[in-house]
Design a protein around this ligand. Structure first.
Ligand SMILES: Cc1ncc(COP(=O)(O)O)c(C=O)c1O
Length: 491
């Protein structure tokens, strides 16, 4: 099937569709073969120097063709990812993706709709997805928008809160006048997005009060009350409290109900960062853990973490629709809504955030929810929590391992700490154990430091993990720990 194009007129569509179809089928077949055999490969492998160096070439002025470009991908890119598809990848909080959603991404890219809004079915897909997510989060009727990640979703929530609670028209006047300083609160365990957001929103990092946590890494609500009171007494203007449902370090969940009622009584915006923890609402058995989240004025959560979807997909929900629109709406004659035609219905998604041109990320969410159903996700989330508890139990019963934080959800922080290993060597030994576990390709946990102690950290948002994978991790930590500690200082 070949297009007859007038000579001299060009396009990026294939010259030969049949040839391109063969290549496309090969791409799909290879991709599925890769996904079906993940367990047979190491969790991670270092990249050879020659491969690394090969990425230094100049920009190609003339193309080599789709087949050759694909071959390069297969040889130089496909074998060297960070490993987050692997059943034993538990580093940071990286989702694993799903085969169906990967294909949905292909469909979305091929259809390539502009998701500012417009009078098109893809916009209705996003509206429906947002309605479903709002319902699942206990915030039916909330306004929402899909964005690239938790950092952006959280930033947007805070931007709405800043506009709604500043006490003046912050969009029009900015924060440069001689007004009382707007103050933001969150625990010391709040993820790093909040620092960036405070800076980008013009509040300044000094306006973000880090409140201490209790022994379970939850915000100390008494200290929060005191900080807000002190700021008011000093003439500053508290405007927002961030509660976290599932902290990045340990999975701790702040007392969200108590934060919600404090914010109501103080007329403060209540923002919840539920990047992964918000999804604990899906299984009924875990829902009480995040109770109070549904009272948020704004809630941010990722679908590319604990809903396992491919990057990127996150959501921000805002209870007050008008406040959401007021924070971002713009009018321009070139974007004006009409009553008929392609722009009937306007550009609602562009008025709920910063992006004007937006991709069809809603399709992978919509197709995944339709294909698998909410209950499948709820069961997987439950499974991940059970696996985390299994790992915690293995650690607690192992004579040479020590649990470093409670395990309320899906994050386990532990270390190799046999009685004969002096405290001053433990951090270095555990960091070395972590690196060797990654380099041997056994598994990919990541590291963190809790109260000065280096922790091997497992954050389980992996739908491919099995219980036996955690057994294997524990025996590898003990084996490598004995090797490293036995080799003496300097290993
Ligand atoms: C609690 C928490 N909030 C926010 C984020 C940032 O989300 P993203 O990486 O999707 O921007 C993370 C990332 O791990 C997180 O764990």
């Amino acid at each position: 099937m070949n297009d007859r194009r007038p000579p001299g007129e060009r396009t990026l569509d294939p010259d030969d569709w049949d040839e391109f179809r063969d290549l496309a089928h090969r791409m799909v077949d290879d991709t599925l073969a890769h996904l079906a055999t993940l367990r047979e490969r190491p969790a991670w492998r270092p990249m050879p120097d020659a491969v690394r160096a090969s990425f230094g070439g100049p920009v190609p002025l003339e193309g080599e063709g789709a087949g050759a470009a694909y071959r390069e991908f297969v040889e130089r890119v496909l074998p060297y990812p960070s490993g987050n598809l692997h059943p034993r990848f538990w580093g940071w909080v990286q989702g694993t993706g799903t085969p169906l959603a990967a294909l949905a991404e292909m469909l979305a890219a091929a259809l390539n709709p502009h998701l500012a809004g417009f009078n098109q079915a893809p916009a209705l897909v996003e509206h429906q997805v947002l309605g479903w997510l709002a319902e699942l989060m206990g915030m039916p009727g909330a306004s929402g928008v899909l964005v690239g990640g938790g950092s952006m979703a959280n930033l947007l929530g805070l931007a709405v809160g800043r506009h709604a609670r500043a006490g003046f028209d912050v969009r029009e006047e900015g924060l440069q006048g001689g007004r009382p300083r707007l103050m933001l609160y969150g625990s010391v365990e709040t993820h790093g997005w909040a620092k960036k957001a405070a800076e980008v929103l013009g509040l300044g990092n000094e306006s973000f009060r880090r409140i201490p946590v209790d022994a379970d890494y939850r915000i100390d609500t008494a200290a929060l009350r005191t900080a807000v009171k002190d700021d008011r007494n000093a003439g500053r203007r508290p405007f927002c409290v961030i509660g976290t449902a599932g902290t990045v370090n340990t999975g701790a969940i702040d007392d969200l109900s108590s934060l919600a009622s404090f914010c109501r009584s103080e007329d403060l915006w209540f923002h919840v960062d539920g990047a992964f923890g918000a999804l604990a609402r899906l299984p009924e058995s875990l829902r009480p853990l995040v109770s109070g989240l549904e009272q948020a004025d704004s809630l941010a959560f990722d679908l590319h973490k604990w809903m396992y979807l491919p990057f990127e997909a996150a959501c921000v929900l805002v209870r007050d629709k008008a406040a959401h629109r007021d924070a971002f709406s713009v009018s321009a004659s070139y974007l004006a809504e009409t009553t008929r035609g392609v722009v009937a219905g306007g550009l609602p998604f562009a008025e709920r955030g910063i992006d004007l041109t937006r991709s069809f990320r809603a399709l992978k969410v919509w197709m995944s929810l339709k294909a698998h159903g909410v209950n499948a996700f709820a069961r997987l989330i439950e499974q991940n929590v059970e696996q985390a508890r299994h790992l915690a139990a293995l650690v607690e019963t192992h004579p040479d391992l020590e649990l470093l934080a409670p395990v309320p959800l899906n994050v386990v922080c532990f270390r190799y700490a046999p009685s004969g290993l002096p405290e001053q060597r433990r951090n270095a030994v555990n960091e070395e154990i972590l690196l060797r576990i990654q380099e041997e390709g056994v598994a990919v946990p990541s590291g963190t430091v809790l109260a000065g102690r280096y922790a091997i950290r497992v954050a389980n948002v992996n739908h491919r993990s099995r219980r036996e994978d955690f057994d294997l991790l524990v025996s590898a930590v003990a084996r490598i720990g004995a090797e490293v500690a036995g080799a003496g200082p300097g290993f």
